[in-house]
Ligand binder design. Structure first.
Ligand SMILES: Nc1ncnc2c1ncn2[C@@H]1O[C@H](COP(=O)(O)OP(=O)(O)OP(=O)(O)O)[C@@H](O)[C@H]1O
Ligand SMILES: [Mg+2]
Length: 481
C-alpha cells in the first residue's frame, strides 16, 4: 500500500469517525423552550411573555418534524405578532433568535416592500433570501464534513508542486528497472518528509505557484423589463456555469495555497444538487421569517392616494405567502405553507386592527411587550453580555483608560432615562444610548491625549451635575437626550 493510499484510508476512516457530528447536526439537539428563554435572557431583560411565545414557536418547528405521516401535514405554524412600544426589545429578540435557531432564519423589514408593479422589492424576495441563507447553511455544513479529506487532497497537490512525482516509464511491468523503483521510493520518502514539514507548519511561508480559477466575470448589468434578480434568475451564475473556468497562475505562501486548494477540493466533493435539495427541505419545513416593522404597512384602511397607496397592496401580496403558496427561486420552487412568520411592530400610530382582516387572521398569537421601567434600565445597563456599561468600559480600555461606575451612578442614569422617557417621549432603552453618550462625551473626546488620569470613576454626583441641567430644561432635553 502506498503512502497516499494509506492516507486515503485514514481519511475514509476519520470521516466515519466524524459521522456522529453530522448526525448531531441533522438532529442537532434543539433547545427546549426553557433553554431558549434562558439564552434570550442573556441579552434581553424582561419581556418574558414574548420570549415564551417565540420559544414555543421555535420548539414546535422541531416537534412537528417528529410527527409522522399525514398528521404532520396538518400541523400549521402559529404565526406570532409581537406588539410593543419602540425600543423595548422586539428587534433585539429577533436578532438573538436568529443565532439560536438551527433553522434557516431571516429578518426583513416589512416597510421595504412595495406592491408588485411599484418600485422596490416585492414580498416574494424574502422567500428567495431565506432560500439563499439555507443554501449557505447547508453548504457550510457539507463543507465541514469533507474538510479533512479535502485538506488531504490539497496537501497532495501542494506536494506535487514541491516534489513532482516521478513518472514511471509506461512500458510493460517487467521492463520496470530497479533504478525506476529506487527513484520512486526515494521520491516517496522525500514527499513523506515534506508532508510532515507542512503539517508542522515549517513551510508555511515558502512561496509556490498554483493555478487558481480567475474571479468570475466582470459584473454585468442586464437591463430588461423586470429585475431579473427579483425573478430569482442570476445571469452571472448561469454564464459562469456555461463558460469554462479560466485559470490563472498565482504565487502564494504554502499556508494560503493550502487553504485555497482545500476550498476548491471541498467544492468538488460536495454534491451541489443534494445541497439545494436539502436547503429546500429545510426552508419548507423549518424556515422562519421575522417580519419587522409590520405596523409600517398598516395604514388607515380605505385611504386613497398618498404614501398609503401601496401599503394595503403589500399586505395583499403577503397573504398568499403567509397562507402558503409556491415561490419561484433560482434553486427551484419553494412552498411556503409551513414557514413560520413572526411579525413585530410598535403600532403606536396604527393598530393591529388596521391590518386587513385576512392578514390579522394569519397571525393568531399576539404578545405584548411592556414599557421598560427604571429597574429594567439598571439591569439593561449592566447585565446583558452587550450591556452599555460593559461596552463603554471596553471602548475606553482601547485608549488605556479604565472607567468604572458606582452603583448609585448607574441607578441615577437609569432614573434619568426613565424620567426623560416619561416627560419627553418614550423611546425605551434607546434613551440609555443617548444619555450615556451625553454623560461620557467629555471623556470620549479627551482620551487619550488630553486626559491626565488613566482611571475615571463615575459617581452619582458626576452623573447628576452632568445631566441635571439638561433634564430640568425640557426644551433642551428634547434635543440632546
Ligand atoms: N428588554 C431589553 N433588554 C435589553 N436591551 C434592550 C431591551 N429593549 C431594548 N434594548 C436595547 O435597546 C435598543 C433598541 O431595541 P430594539 O431594537 O429591540 O427596539 P424595538 O422594540 O425593535 O423598537 P422599534 O419598534 O423602534 O423597532 C437595542 O440596542 C437593545 O439592545
Ligand atoms: Mg425594531
Amino acid at each position: 500500500m502506498t503512502k497516499s493510499e494509506s492516507l486515503e484510508r485514514k481519511t475514509e476512516h476519520s470521516t466515519k469517525e466524524s459521522r456522529p457530528v453530522r448526525q448531531a447536526h441533522d438532529g442537532v439537539r434543539e433547545l427546549t423552550p426553557r433553554e431558549i428563554v434562558k439564552e434570550l435572557d442573556k441579552y434581553i431583560i424582561g419581556q418574558h411573555e414574548a420570549k415564551k411565545a417565540v420559544a414555543i414557536a421555535l420548539r414546535n418547528r422541531w416537534r412537528r418534524q417528529q410527527v409522522l405521516g399525514q398528521l404532520r401535514e396538518e400541523i400549521m405554524p402559529n404565526n406570532i405578532i409581537l406588539i410593543g412600544p419602540t425600543g423595548v426589545g422586539k428587534t433585539e429578540i429577533a436578532r438573538r433568535l436568529a443565532k439560536l435557531s438551527n433553522a434557516p432564519f431571516i429578518k426583513v423589514e416589512a416597510s421595504k416592500f412595495t406592491e408588485v408593479g411599484y418600485v422596490g422589492r416585492d414580498v416574494e424576495s424574502m422567500i428567495r433570501d431565506l432560500m439563499e441563507t439555507a443554501v449557505v447553511m447547508v453548504r457550510n455544513e457539507k463543507t465541514a464534513e469533507v474538510q479533512e479529506k479535502a485538506r488531504n487532497h490539497a496537501l497532495e497537490r501542494v506536494l506535487d508542486i514541491l516534489i513532482p512525482p516521478v513518472r514511471r516509464t509506461p512500458v510493460n511491468d517487467s521492463m520496470t528497472t530497479t533504478a525506476d523503483t529506487n527513484d520512486a521510493e526515494l521520491n516517496e520518502k522525500t514527499r513523506e518528509r515534506f508532508r510532515e514539514k507542512i503539517a508542522a507548519g515549517e513551510l508555511n511561508n515558502r512561496i509556490i505557484e498554483i493555478d487558481v480559477p480567475t474571479d468570475q466575470f466582470p459584473a454585468m448589468q442586464v437591463f430588461g423589463p423586470m429585475n431579473l434578480e427579483d425573478m430569482g434568475v442570476n445571469i452571472q451564475d448561469m454564464l459562469s456555469n456555461i463558460m469554462p473556468k479560466k485559470m490563472k497562475k498565482r504565487k502564494l505562501p504554502v499556508e494560503e495555497a493550502l487553504l485555497l486548494l482545500t476550498q476548491e477540493e471541498a467544492q468538488k466533493m460536495i454534491d451541489q444538487d443534494a445541497v439545494v435539495k436539502e436547503a429546500i427541505r429545510r426552508v419548507e419545513n423549518s424556515g422562519i421569517v421575522f417580519l419587522d416593522e409590520i405596523d409600517k404597512i398598516a395604514g388607515a384602511r380605505g385611504a386613497v392616494g398618498g404614501p398609503d397607496v401601496s401599503r394595503e397592496g403589500v399586505q395583499r401580496d403577503l397573504l398568499p405567502i403567509v397562507e402558503g403558496s409556491s415561490v419561484a427561486t433560482k434553486y427551484g420552487t419553494v412552498k411556503t405553507d409551513y414557514i413560520l412568520f413572526i411579525a413585530s411592530g410598535a403600532f403606536h400610530v396604527s393598530k393591529p386592527s388596521d391590518l386587513i382582516p385576512e392578514l390579522q387572521g394569519r397571525f393568531p398569537i399576539r404578545v405584548e411587550l411592556k414599557s421598560l421601567s427604571e429597574d429594567d434600565f439598571v439591569k439593561i445597563l449592566t447585565i446583558p453580555q452587550n450591556a452599555l456599561i460593559k461596552l463603554y468600559i471596553a471602548l475606553l480600555k482601547s485608549d488605556g483608560i479604565s472607567i468604572e461606575f458606582s452603583d448609585d451612578a448607574i441607578r441615577t442614569i437609569a432614573r434619568t432615562a426613565a424620567e426623560v422617557n416619561e416627560q419627553v417621549e418614550n423611546i425605551g432603552a434607546r434613551r440609555l444610548h443617548t444619555i450615556m453618550n451625553s454623560l461620557l462625551d467629555e471623556v470620549l473626546f479627551d482620551a487619550p491625549d488630553n486626559i491626565s488620569q488613566t482611571r475615571v470613576s463615575v459617581s452619582k454626583e458626576m452623573v447628576e451635575t452632568k445631566l441635571e441641567t439638561i433634564v430640568k430644561n425640557r426644551d433642551l432635553s428634547k434635543y440632546i437626550l
